[in-house]
Design a protein around this ligand. Structure first.
Ligand code: ZN
Length: 73
């Protein structure tokens, strides 16, 4: 679904991680990051930074579905 219509961000659960707002897609649970013009998939670097924040609480395994190895720096 999301490949055709885009992700459906769950704004109700958006959280700020100290740098950006994050939430997950209601349909496929992909991580999404807040951009000035809407929600989008995070880059690998952004996701790594976000996971880094969460790593302090031991959660490292929610990056399924994100294409890795692509940096847009
Ligand atoms: Zn989705």
């Amino acid at each position: 679904m999301c490949k055709l219509r885009g992700h459906l961000p769950d704004r109700g659960t958006a959280r700020h991680d100290g740098q950006d707002y994050w939430t997950n897609c209601k349909r496929c649970d992909a991580p999404l990051i807040r951009a000035p013009d809407g929600w989008r998939k995070p880059t690998a670097d952004e996701l790594a930074a976000h996971v880094g924040h969460k790593a302090e609480s031991g959660q490292l395994d929610d990056d399924a579905g994100v294409v890795r190895g692509r940096s847009e720096s």
